[in-house]
Design a protein around this ligand. Structure first.
Ligand code: PAF
Length: 289
């Protein structure tokens, strides 16, 4: 696996691969890799990528000053080993100064879909995500780029950017990988104490209860949201940030009864904020108000 830290080397390696007919697959990450990231590598390959690039960059622009940028988990040696085990071709590890040289001030303003839920609670977060993802796309120039559906609103923001700015690549959205008790794999799970870890699956249980309700034809959005809140309340030490039924494209309340719905949630377990979601396929609920 090539280990590359400069933009120049990155461009040169991808150009060389492309000259040899490679299809470039790209998995952008913030490191502290888990099975969710590794499955995206496999999915990119299954979709036809023959040269896999993974980036690890903890992007300061998507963290607010009160958030966890400094303590975000980092372990380059472990990540390198995992990626080598997955036959990744190139690991891109740019330093902050390479991505944001002094004076860098141009920012991508994420579209409307960035406004509700996460966007409301984390102002500027999705502008930071869109900016770094566009920069990485411009540097790597992938044919296929893979993102995990656990961050459903991030996926929607990036899909909208790809469409609105005519970016020449195919987006691949990978299924959420879960622990056996349903907790979505996330680098931030490493913050949880043993006790908090036991409580954390409450979020997934609540979303599953919401899904069940929809599948059984409960049509009232407020009732489903209420039901999910009740489920969370059964576990001490888990505080709801939001629990909502939303349209997968707008992330606003679902208006179209024929479209699939996303049940999205964010909770705090101790100091750790966890998010998760479930997509309820189109046509499954007989109708949603
Ligand atoms: O999902 C993430 O890990 C990050 O938001 C991403 C897409 C790598 C951008 O920094």
């Amino acid at each position: 696996m090539l280990n590359v830290r400069t933009i120049e080397e990155m461009r040169a390696a991808v150009n060389a691969a492309r000259t040899h007919g490679a299809t470039i697959g790209f998995v952008p990450t913030m490191g502290f890799l888990h099975d969710g990231h590794l499955s995206l590598i496999d999915e990119a390959r299954a979709a036809g990528a023959t040269f896999i690039v993974v980036s690890i960059f903890v992007n300061p622009l998507q963290f607010a000053p009160n958030e966890d940028f400094e303590r975000y988990p980092r372990d380059e040696a472990r990540d390198t080993e995992l990626l080598e085990g997955r036959n990744v071709d190139l690991l891109f590890l740019p330093p902050v100064a390479a991505m944001y040289p002094a004076g860098a001030s141009t920012i991508v303003k994420a579209g409307d879909v960035a406004a509700p839920l996460e966007g409301e609670r984390r102002p500027g977060h999705f502008d930071g995500v869109a900016t770094i993802v566009l920069k990485l796309f411009n540097i790597v120039q992938p044919d296929i780029a893979a993102f995990g559906r656990k961050d459903a609103q991030q996926c929607a923001v990036i899909a909208r950017m790809v469409r609105d700015l005519d970016l020449p690549l195919t987006l691949l959205l990978g299924e959420t990988v879960r622990e056996s008790d349903g907790l979505a794999k996330s680098s931030r799970n490493s913050y949880l104490s043993a006790d908090e870890r036991k409580r954390a699956p409450a979020l997934h249980r609540a979303l599953r209860a919401g899904e069940e309700a929809l599948r059984h034809g409960i049509e009232d959005v407020a009732a489903v949201e209420q039901l999910m809140r009740k489920m969370i309340a059964e576990t001490d030490g888990v505080d709801v940030d939001y629990l909502a039924l939303v349209d997968p494209e707008t992330f606003l309340a679902p208006l179209d009864r024929r479209r699939e719905v996303i049940l999205a949630g964010a909770v705090r377990v101790g100091k750790t904020r966890l998010i998760d979601n479930i997509v309820v396929p189109r046509g499954t609920p007989p109708g949603i108000d």
